[in-house]
Design a binder for this molecule. Sequence first.
Ligand code: HPA
Length: 276
Amino acid sequence: MGTVGIKSKVQDSVEYIRKFTKSTPQISIVLGTGMYSLADLLEDVISVDYSKIPHFPTSTVESHKSKLIFGRLNGIDVVLTAGRFHYYEGYSMEEVTYYIHVLKSLGVNTSILTSASGGLNPHYREGELVMITDHINLFSENPLRGQNDDELGPRFPDMLNSYPSELRDIAVKVSKNLNIPLKEGIYLGWQGPSLETPAEYKMANLLGADLVGMSTIPEVIINKYRDIKTLAFSIVSNVCYPPSAITETTINEVIEVVNNNAKQLQKLVFALIKKI
Ligand code: HPA
């Protein structure tokens, strides 16, 4: 538990990945539910299966593939994580966030996170694209719980500016240039996998959240800890507030809404990558 002991594992993982690529991407793009098509835009692709990388957990959720994909996007070297590790799958928080330490060792200093989420802001519509500006962490466990390796990051990471405003400002400019509507909002995360009751959605709204989801936050904490800048985008897959607007939601509907609206996010990320 904690980050003590991670360095030697990361060395093993990196050594294996280096058999396939010498790439040193500075930007990672973490593909959330239904976002896999972003990988289609990559050139000079080299994929490495998670299952073969020493110490990597294997993603168990069907809607995700399970590999690191290296390539160039709009001329820039990037690494995509196709398949994310969620706490609700039964992984420990260390497993959920392990990949970040590996990517940091490969050269990553900026991470673009994508996700699907429930919309709590009554002005949000299904399929809308939202940039996360801050979060409320209601996960039951923190990925940094345990003994800390001070060489990796501070014992008590500050969480101010976890979604750096200088990057968000660039994203807003790029979205305006492309005429892509981009809302902004606060993401509340907890473990799932059950969705929320109407009373819980109402509580999350009362707490000040605009979005609710089951990912992102553990990764943002480790990004901050490892000095990796985060940009996070979420597609509203289902409207959760006001309570009268809530309808039954299945994973297939979530994936369908994201698939139908992922093009806008792809366009934004494609253009943005050159500016950050
Ligand atoms: N709740 C939590 N996570 C989600 C939701 C939701 O309604 N929709 C997509 N991810």
